[in-house]
Design a protein around this ligand. Sequence first.
Ligand code: ZN
Ligand code: ZN
Length: 102
Amino acid sequence: MLELRPTCENCNKLLPPDSLEARICSYECTFCASCADGILGNVCPNCGGGFVPRPIRPSKNWKGDNFLGKDPASTTVRHRPVDSEAHARFVARIRSIPPEQR
Ligand SMILES: [Zn+2]
Ligand SMILES: [Zn+2]
């Protein structure tokens, strides 16, 4: 189950469970849309994968107790600001590899 982390790992902006700005990688590293699209260039600084919009967990119990009331969002903040120069080198290294060899 997704943790639904509470903030952007880079800028610490609040990303509540209903945020349309939350972006996650396959490991659920969580960033806001402006960091994901901007400084990160759609490359996760932790794993090198891309981002997708984080799905919104229902706040109402529409079916089978599958909702925020039973499975609340994480409150554990992971604030690890990205070193923009190191990230730019990381992105350049990944992009220098042909897509079929990544
Ligand atoms: Zn951010
Ligand atoms: Zn990642």
